[in-house]
Design a protein around this ligand. Structure first.
Ligand SMILES: [Zn+2]
Length: 442
């Protein structure tokens, strides 16, 4: 999304968007959803004293009449005078990007924040991270009109569904024993040793290494898909494992192998972003090559992601051109799977309505086979699942929940010792189990 277009859009829509109440007697409360639980959460959404609410992971932000909630310390009242006409939703590339905005951050969760501008001006996004030599902010970030009464990010533990109904088929075969986290770490280490900027030379070495490794796997057909990013020729690496029983039912496991930094032409190790996810794709190719699936699975390493999702767009375009889009039943994208701040591990599943079932399968898979906490959102942007969703193909991003606090995000310091195998292992278990359910084993 081009942010200048967003700014114009905001101006245009403004007239249709008015707040009728006087703001003087109102406050913003941020309620801790973890502490109140799902029943209280539902009840609060009906609270007449709230003009609106929004749900962001473990936070519910409400605009409320000024009174004390009966919630036993489970909320805080923000010291910000409400000016609802100055609210925006920011899809932040990273939490540190918000520090330079002339705005108060009211609530954050997943990959989004609700902010209130400190003036009548639309906040200036030019402080967001820029690629060196470019005047444009990083393509992943953007500013949007804030729409209240929406769940932006939901925690699975605060939903009833996971307790009530499991999509999981207990009798279906899965193969978690074949998953080898040491092997994943070796691959992540190797990939982060290449300088993988889309326009650099090291990415060709990384591409060749992937082709060699995939070529060693039984039954795997390896190919390259060429496309251009500006005047640079770029390549997706595609490994195809033809299904033994349902060859025309397709799944994609993907992740980008290009990387960036504040100095992308010099050095961009991208260990977490996204050697971790592309090594995850390779690990899953290895697991499923040993245990061939009934349906066809493509393992795809995208390039040009950091320049605006070029590789995944090229793949989707080719699917459509060749009349194959209907065969593709689901896409699992791994982008940043190896970072966690503390002892509690978490994953964010990000998609749109079209992939509700795929997302629920992943949620169930996480509940069944891992100890991690799961958050879900239908607010999808900024990674290789998006081009598929734009064409109504079910696709889900699986990303470690703490990624936006990763200090080395898009920096030359994004190096191998910062990735955590315990985090990646949880996401890989979830994805291997879910793909086993979808594609089946022979
Ligand atoms: Zn990435």
């Amino acid at each position: 999304m081009n942010i200048w277009r967003v700014a114009v859009l905001i101006g245009v829509v403004w007239g249709a968007f008015s707040f009728t109440h006087d703001s003087s007697s109102r406050v913003y409360h941020v309620i801790n959803i973890d502490k109140i639980g799902p029943e209280e959460l539902d009840r609060l959404k009906q609270n007449q004293a709230f003009e609106w609410w929004t749900e962001l992971d473990d936070q519910m932000l409400v605009l409320s009449e000024e009174y004390v909630l009966d919630l036993n310390q489970s909320y805080q009242t923000l010291p910000v005078v409400p000016k609802p006409e100055r609210l925006y939703l920011v899809r932040n590339g990273h939490s540190r990007d918000l520090n330079g905005l002339d705005a108060d951050i009211l609530a954050s969760g997943g990959k989004s924040s609700v902010i209130q501008s400190r003036s009548d001006k639309v906040p200036d996004l030019s402080c967001l991270q820029k690629d060196k030599g470019s005047n444009m902010p990083h393509s992943h970030a953007g500013l949007f009109i804030f729409e209240p009464n929406r769940v932006l990010v939901k925690q699975s533990k605060n939903s009833y569904r996971i307790q009530k109904k499991k999509l999981w088929n207990q009798d279906a075969p899965i193969n978690l024993e074949a998953l080898d986290v040491e092997r994943w770490l070796d691959a992540t280490t190797k990939l982060s040793s290449f300088h993988r900027n889309t326009k650099g030379e090291g990415i060709i070495d990384a591409r060749n290494w992937l082709v060699d490794e995939l070529g060693k796997l039984p039954g795997v057909e390896v190919s390259l898909q060429e496309f251009s990013v500006g005047n640079t020729m770029s390549y997706n690496v595609i490994a195809k494992l033809v299904g033994s029983q349902r060859p025309d039912e397709w799944y994609v496991v993907g992740g980008h192998y290009d990387s960036t930094s504040e100095d992308p032409l010099i050095r961009a190790p991208g260990a977490e972003d996204n050697a971790s996810g592309s090594a995850g794709v390779l690990e899953m190719a290895r697991v499923f090559a040993e245990n061939p699936p009934a349906a066809t699975v493509f393992f795809i390493f995208f390039s040009g992601e950091e320049q605006n999702l070029y590789g995944s767009k090229a793949h989707v375009e080719r699917l459509i051109e060749e009349g194959d889009a209907d065969k593709l039943k689901g896409v699992i994208n791994m982008d940043m799977i190896g970072y966690a701040k503390g002892d509690t591990l978490g994953v964010l599943l990000e998609t749109e309505e079209v992939a509700t079932e795929l997302m629920q399968l992943l949620e169930d898979s996480a509940a069944e086979f891992t100890d991690m906490e799961v958050s879900t959102t239908f607010n999808a942007w900024g990674s290789d699942h998006v081009p598929y969703l734009r064409k109504q193909i079910p696709a889900v991003l699986t990303i470690d929940r703490d990624w936006s606090g990763y200090p080395s995000y898009h920096k030359t310091t994004d190096t191998i010792e910062k990735v955590r195998p315990d985090m990646a292992a949880e996401i890989l278990k979830m994805n291997v189990a879910a793909l086993s359910q979808l594609a089946g084993l022979k």
